[in-house]
Design a binder for this molecule. Structure first.
Ligand code: DQA
Length: 143
């Protein structure tokens, strides 16, 4: 089964972001990790990244139309994009929110997620393993 993995702004530049917060993998390595973890669980992950809100909304519409399960790291959009929240709400297959870092242990503006309320669940704070844990959770949900 296909799953869609959506990564939001600045995640393609993990190579220059703070590795003490986001871990040591660059985006290409993170993408490979997600693809191989999905494969190990009998899933095929279509891993995408965009810095653009409209593009991410379009991908969520696609997931809604095709009934695709979704793992999404909305990055900074997590904290304020009501448009991404409304699009995520359209996805009827399970949708899991992930974060590399634990936003609740960081600056106060990161303590709010406008996405969590429409996600099946949230996995945060485990670095790249957050995605691996989300794949396991998704596999359990979709069988
Ligand atoms: C993030 C956390 C967000 O607060 C931040 O804006 C990001 C990445 C994470 O994966 O830890 O860009 O979503």
């Amino acid at each position: 089964m296909n799953i869609l993995v959506i990564n939001g702004p600045n995640l393609a530049r993990l190579d220059i972001r703070d590795s003490s917060v986001y871990g040591d993998l660059n985006y290409g390595e993170l993408k490979s990790l997600i693809e191989s973890a999905a494969m190990q669980h009998g899933l095929s992950a279509d891993v995408r990244q965009s810095d653009d809100e409209a593009t991410i909304i379009g991908w969520l519409h696609e997931a809604a139309d095709l009934n695709l399960p979704v793992i999404i790291n909305p990055a900074a959009f997590t904290h304020y994009s009501f448009a991404i929240r409304d699009a995520a709400e359209l996805v009827k297959s399970p949708l899991i929110e992930v974060h590399l870092s634990n936003p609740m242990a960081r600056e106060e503006f990161r303590h709010t997620s406008v996405i969590s309320g429409v996600a099946h669940g949230t996995i945060a704070g485990f670095g790249p393993n957050s995605y691996v844990l989300a794949i396991i959770a998704l596999k359990n949900l979709i069988g």
